[in-house]
Design a protein. Structure first.
Ligand code: DGL
Length: 264
């Protein structure tokens, strides 16, 4: 059997990427881990984020993946260099918010970037803004509440947090909004309701295309036609299973294996 692509996230966010990845690379097998037990990662120290991330990567390496996608902006901005240093044998692709596209597509020279607090304050994200959006007004804000609410499926609370936090983008009349947290595409519809005039962009397409290019360039595309999907959580299995099915649809999840594990 072909080796699968490994996808990690602190929780459910990477499922938004996985949905697009499956469309871009339908023959690939995927094994996904959500560390929902320890989510959100945003409030943790960089050392703790790395320790938890490492456990997921080691587990996936035992399962022999061919490429790792870090489908979490918070892990990417804090840990991607160390991960590439420690796990040299496989290509590692991180999440990068589409600030360049947001800057290119804005109609009025104003863009918003919406991520977690850790990501919004990171040097990684600030460097991207300086590189790709110089001369443009950038409103870069981090949310400390949303990830936990998305993990718990608290739709009403999500809406009231969005009404409050998105106000600054409204007041500043931004033209485009780059989502810098992989959980946020999962609530894109609620965001669009509050910012109807704004073009909302996420990185799922860009990251999926990047993965395809890497696999092609290294002769690593699958040889068999049968893709196998495995979704793993460290948290509540019932909730996870429902969420996976709702997000990815029955056609894909009917043949998927969904399980709970504990990592040490
Ligand atoms: N999906 C993660 C991200 O993209 C959420 C981070 C967290 O767990 O705080 O940033």
């Amino acid at each position: 059997m072909d080796k699968p692509i490994g996808v990690i996230d602190s929780g459910l966010g990477g499922l938004s990427l996985t949905k697009v990845l499956v469309k871009t690379l339908p023959k690939e097998s995927i094994v996904y881990i959500a560390d929902s037990k320890n989510c959100p990662y945003g409030g943790k120290t960089e050392e703790e984020i790395y320790r938890l991330t490492r456990r997921m990567v080691k587990y996936l390496l035992k399962r022999k993946i061919k490429l790792l996608i870090v489908a979490c902006n918070t892990i990417t901005v804090t840990s991607i260099n160390d991960l590439r240093e420690e796990f040299k044998d496989i290509p590692i692709v991180g999440m990068v918010p589409v600030i360049k596209t947001a800057a290119q597509k804005t109609r009025n020279g104003k863009i918003g970037v919406y991520s977690t607090v850790v990501t919004s304050k990171s040097k990684y994200q600030k460097d991207l803004i300086n590189k790709f959006a110089s001369g443009i007004d950038v409103i870069n804000i981090g949310s400390s509440a949303l990830v936990s609410l998305i993990e718990k499926g608290k739709d009403k609370e999500i809406e009231s947090v969005l009404r409050e936090e998105l106000n600054i983008f409204k007041e500043n009349n931004i033209g485009t909004l780059a989502l810098g947290c992989s959980h946020f595409p999962l609530i894109k519809r609620q965001i669009a309701k509050i910012l109807p005039e704004v073009l909302i962009l996420d990185s799922s397409g860009a990251v999926s295309r990047q993965v395809k290019r890497i696999l092609e360039a290294n002769g690593m595309l699958p040889t068999s036609k049968d893709s196998v999907y495995n979704f793993i959580t460290t948290g509540n299995k019932d909730f996870f299973e429902k969420f996976v099915k709702k997000t990815l649809g029955k056609k894909l999840t009917n043949k998927a294996k969904i399980e709970r594990i504990s990592l040490q």
